[in-house]
Design a protein around this ligand. Structure first.
Ligand code: PBG
Length: 321
């Protein structure tokens, strides 16, 4: 007969609550949101919408009321407004900047407004940067565009800019550019370890991306764990205020590695595919949706995330109140 019985600590709900190691808080959840010229549903992401400026304001109010900690905004220009350079991503009146202004006007400082700082939604070829004649992404020219984009976002009211293009040196350059433009109070959430993942599939529908080729020359190889840590350490040295691992659920080892060394808050992005898989399985009655939602986010927090970006942020924050 065993003398040591771990089951003693699982016997009643009260005992389980007493010994619980982590608990998800609504205030640590960030809701990714899409803004376009008109509102639309996203067939591969049931329950998620692309907003126009008016519905964006209403949705932001509702998320803030539910208790989320922040909003991450992505801009979705009309196809006619996309070009090789992604110019609308930098324009003061581009859709993302108009969305940021609407958000800041609507919710002020009552939540943290974050902007995706990347060109892929705005380029006709769908890559995260400017292309060289041979079709590869030009790192340093792209970083120059990101700096301008980050300044436009800060001017439109973003509290946080979030470079997600995985260009070398992007964090240091954006920090310097923001500071020189007088935005030393705007924080940088660096997508430090971002993998070339199949789980971004539904997002590409959400932002009507027309990606030609793949992103493997700038996003990381899913096989590489050590490299994720290297990227995070570099971003910390470049001045990142927060670092992010993405996707989340399949990269918990990378997340735990980063959390172990980071001296700034660590975020993880539960991406579109992670969302859609659970929604699709639940729709078929194959899993218990609400339990799977909470479990998936709890696992990300357990692995070391201080902040979780999730399309369930509002709903989950509501449950956790
Ligand atoms: C790039 C970006 C992407 C996502 C967030 N930022 C797409 C990509 O890198 O291909 C994906 C998010 C998701 O799948 O939910 N701007």
């Amino acid at each position: 007969m065993p003398r040591i019985r771990p089951r003693r600590l699982r016997g009643t709900p009260a005992m389980r609550t007493l010994v619980r190691e982590v608990e998800v808080r609504g205030s640590q959840l960030v809701l990714p949101m899409f803004v376009g010229e008109r509102s639309a549903t996203i067939s591969s992401m049931p329950g998620v919408r692309r907003h126009d400026l008016d519905s964006l304001r209403r949705a932001a109010d509702s998320a803030v009321a539910a208790g989320v900690g922040g909003l991450m905004l992505f801009g979705v220009p009309d196809d006619a407004d996309k070009d090789d350079a992604g110019a609308q991503g930098l324009a003061p009146d581009g859709i993302l900047q108009r969305g940021l202004r609407a958000l800041r006007d609507e919710v002020g400082d009552s939540t943290v407004i974050m902007a995706d700082t990347c060109l892929d939604e705005f380029t006709s070829h769908g890559h995260c940067g400017l292309l060289l004649p041979d079709g590869s992404v030009d790192n340093d020219a792209t970083v120059t565009s990101y700096v301008e984009m980050a300044i436009a976002q800060a001017e439109a009211g973003a509290h946080v800019v979030s470079p997600s293009g995985m260009m070398d040196g992007q964090v240091a350059a954006i920090r310097q550019g923001l500071d020189e433009a007088g935005h030393d109070g705007v924080a940088i959430l660096a997508y430090a370890a971002k993998y070339a993942s199949s789980f971004y599939g539904p997002f590409r529908e959400a932002v009507t991306s027309s990606l030609q080729g793949d992103r493997k020359s700038y996003q990381q190889d899913p096989a590489n764990r050590r490299e994720g840590l290297r990227e995070a350490v570099l971003d910390l040295a470049e001045g990142a205020d927060m670092v992010m691992v993405k996707p989340a659920g399949y990269y918990l080892d990378v997340l735990a590695d980063v959390a172990a060394v980071s001296d700034v808050p660590v975020a993880a992005y539960q991406v579109s595919g992670e969302y859609s898989m659970i929604e699709a399985a639940a729709e078929r009655g194959w899993i218990d949706r609400n339990r799977a939602v909470e479990e998936s986010v709890t696992a990300i927090v357990r692995a070391g995330a201080d902040i979780v970006l999730t399309y369930w942020a509002e709903e989950l924050a509501g449950w956790l109140k």
